[in-house]
Ligand binder design. Structure first.
Ligand code: SF4
Length: 329
């Protein structure tokens, strides 16, 4: 099969279109049809143009081109891996932490990430957006709770809404006094120019990356990614350990590997470029930082004898060397 990748004129949504553009092998088509019947596929022309069809390990392809491995669910994987349903008091709202809510406006995205933690809630056969009644019910829920300081627009991808509709939603939320922050979770503005325009308009941007096997699970890739964010004025916020979404085991790595990567990253880039490595605890218990710890209690250094009893902390520097720190001020 010749592997050509002409920039498509429109978003590719069918496995046969991926094959026609050299982005998937013809022999894989039957399996990919099965994947696409369950999980949405969308590869925009710009994303397609970034993929090297000659590279079987292409990291962009790994994020967006479906794989037969998605048909295999592992024990522990879950259709609702971070427990949205358990914290959804009304349609469209997830209220997990006291001072903030997720407001899930749409169930469609510009691209469909193969590691998506909401893959069972977006895509084929799902409603595309909240009904007007559900939208009003969600707004009433927010209005009635003065402890809600931050509303996170999510979905799906809220930037799939028209600017007019998004403007109406922002105005509805801005009219609620206790809502002081509106955050938008999106993958739409992936181009630098789009990010710069938003930041220039006064909208701060932060990144939430997912640690993905074969994509960014090496320190050079993570370093380049975090430096690029900061150069684009985007603060690295979270590095997520992969959620237990069905059929995503081939994209997850181990927590131990993630911790080692964070140690290595600490040795290479400043604190400005350090995301928090976090795990969404299955069942809806929220995020926990799972990065390496640099401080521990110990009675001695390796190879040393008795220590001063006042010296009880070991602290590890960015080179991995251990130092002592006294416990009392
Ligand atoms: S909801 Fe987010 S992670 Fe899931 S496919 Fe859409 S953009 Fe990707």
């Amino acid at each position: 099969m010749s592997r050509i990748n002409l920039k498509p004129a429109a978003t590719l949504r069918e496995p046969a279109e991926l094959v026609a553009h050299g982005l998937a092998a013809l022999a894989d088509l039957p399996d990919l049809e099965k994947v696409a019947a369950r999980y949405a596929v969308a590869v925009t022309p710009d994303i397609a143009a970034l993929i090297d069809p000659g590279d079987p390990e292409d990291p962009i392809a790994r994020q967006f081109i479906p794989s037969a491995e998605e048909l295999v669910a592992q024990p522990g994987e879950n259709a609702d891996p971070i427990g949205d349903h358990a914290h959804s008091p009304v349609a469209g709202i997830v209220h997990r932490y006291p001072d903030r809510v997720l407001f899930k406006l749409v169930h469609v995205c510009a691209v469909y990430c193969r590691f998506c933690f909401r893959r069972e809630m977006v895509g084929p056969g799902k409603a595309t957006a909240l009904s007007p009644d559900a939208y009003n019910g969600a707004l009433d829920y927010i209005r009635a709770r003065s402890e809600i300081w931050e509303v996170i627009l999510t979905g799906g991808d809220p930037l799939m809404l028209s600017p007019r509709r998004l403007g109406e939603i922002m105005a509805d939320l801005a009219a609620i006094d206790h809502v002081r922050i509106i955050r938008i979770h999106t993958r739409v503005p992936v181009a630098d120019a789009a990010c710069a325009a938003m930041i220039d308009a006064g909208i701060p941007m932060v990144s939430q990356s997912v640690l993905l096997r074969g994509v960014n699970d090496n320190v050079a890739a993570l370093e380049a990614l975090m430096r690029a964010f900061v150069e684009c004025r985007i603060k690295p916020y979270y590095l997520h350990h992969g959620d237990l979404a069905p059929g995503t085991a081939h994209l997850r790595t181990t927590l131990e590997h993630g911790q080692q990567l964070m140690r290595d990253l600490r040795g290479r880039v400043s604190g400005l470029c350090q995301p928090d490595y976090v795990l969404d605890i299955p069942g809806g218990y929220g995020k926990a930082p799972v990065g390496p710890s640099y401080l521990s209690q110990a009675s001695s250094l390796p190879g040393e004898g008795e220590l001063d009893p006042e010296t009880r902390y070991r602290v590890v520097d960015y080179c991995g060397d251990v130092h002592l720190y006294p416990p009392k001020p």
